[in-house]
Design a protein around this ligand. Structure first.
Ligand SMILES: NC(=O)c1ccc[n+]([C@@H]2O[C@H](COP(=O)([O-])OP(=O)(O)OC[C@H]3O[C@@H](n4cnc5c(N)ncnc54)[C@H](O)[C@@H]3O)[C@@H](O)[C@H]2O)c1
Length: 348
């Protein structure tokens, strides 16, 4: 059983939630490695920073020397790798950053893990990946561990490529790996360029809420804490070399989701329910916009006993409440000089 974990990308959305979950539910000591790009912020880890089980290292996963010194200094027994460029729209505008961080950075981590662990298969490398590697679905069917890869955006292609490198390190060097492919997450600490925090931000500013195309694209939504619990289960109990698909079993069109958010916001802020829907504005669709994602989670449910526990309306209510109660976090993460793609529409 691992006692010291290296979590990459833990100043980002899922990583920060995972750190809080690990501190609460396990005895692991944690080393966080993060480059603090535009989407990574120490403000997301404020409540954990004083915990003596947590160390933070400001480093880039593409920097082999820096990664090696983290392995040498902290000797982690396991890695949960989340660091990535994660935004599809940005990948369309600047694909090379996705190639270097998501592909090259993952290969650097694999290489340094293999060097540090030199064949010790009690140490584990867990790669956190996405359902987008599978491409797009029509109106029926679901992705599963058997679905062939068919990435359609530079982001999806970079994650697919990194999944392949992870499997290659298992086959070639005997590294103990697990991979998880998850659907869209939502919840606290998500950078306000992705769909749900952008909608909440627009609602508060009373600005138009742009929706790509006619809003019929479907995503399967999972509350981030449920995802973190699934990651902990897979890291601790998943079989070596296996892939596990994770999803919320909650399909919603973008339009239905945005309307639900408008109504929850109206309810919470004492407005007439339905009045905020008037802010919705349909805009030109994203190029190559995948139509539908949905996940078959039979394997993780049967093998590890995990299934989602937070229903979408409860999760959305608590997410809206979190953003309204944490405006200082929103202001802090937006105050950097990074381009936050304001004025555009953002889904992962
Ligand atoms: N958000 C989702 O819905 C979702 C769903 C499935 C899988 N994933 C995967 O989960 C992981 C985390 O996603 P997220 O939504 O939390 O992303 P995020 O953009 O919020 O966080 C990414 C983190 O990685 C860090 N990072 C980026 N480049 C780095 C580099 N070169 N070196 C070190 N750190 C770097 C950033 O500073 C940031 O803290 C990603 O690998 C993503 O592909 C996300």
């Amino acid at each position: 059983m691992a006692s010291q974990l290296l979590i990459t990308g833990a100043a980002g959305f899922i990583g920060a939630n995972l750190v809080y979950r690990l501190l609460l539910m396990t005895d692991y000591s944690i080393v966080v490695l993060d480059a603090l790009t535009y989407s990574g912020h120490l403000e997301s880890l404020t409540s954990a920073m004083d915990n003596e089980r947590l160390e933070f290292v400001h480093a880039d996963i593409r920097d082999a020397g820096a990664v090696r010194s983290v392995f040498d200094r902290f000797q982690p027994d396991g890695v949960i790798h989340l660091a990535a460029e994660s935004h599809v729209d940005r990948s369309i505008e600047s694909p090379m950053e996705f190639v270097t961080t998501n592909v090259q950075g993952t290969a650097v981590l694999l290489s340094e893990a293999e060097r540090a662990w030199s064949g010790d298969t009690s140490k584990r490398f867990h790669h956190v990946s996405t359902d987008e590697v599978f491409g797009t679905l029509g109106p029926t069917g679901r992705f599963s561990e058997e679905t062939p890869y068919s990435p359609r955006s530079p982001y999806a292609a970079s994650k697919a490529s990194s999944d392949h490198f992870v499997r290659a390190w298992a086959e070639t060097y005997g590294l103990n790996v697990v991979i998880t492919n998850c659907t869209n997450n939502y919840g606290p600490y998500q950078f306000p360029e992705k769909l749900i925090p952008v909608v909440i931000d627009r609602l508060q500013r009373r600005e138009q809420i742009p929706i790509y195309g006619d809003g019929s694209n479907v995503r399967d939504w999972l509350y981030v804490e449920d995802h973190c619990d699934a990651l902990i289960e897979v890291f601790n109990r998943g079989a070596p070399g296996e892939t596990y698909c994770i999803g919320g079993e909650t399909e919603m069109s973008n339009l239905d989701l945005v309307e639900a958010l408008c109504d929850i916001y109206d309810e919470v802020s004492g407005r007439d329910v339905g009045s905020s829907r008037g802010l919705i504005d349909f805009v030109t669709d994203r190029p190559g916009h995948d139509f539908r994602y949905a996940m078959d989670i039979t394997k993780i449910r049967d093998d590890l006993g995990w299934s989602p526990s937070v229903d979408i309306f409860t999760g959305l209510r608590s997410t809206v409440g979190w953003y309204l109660g944490n405006q200082s976090w929103v202001d802090a993460v937006q105050s950097d000089e990074h381009d936050t793609f304001q004025g555009r529409w953002y889904t992962r």
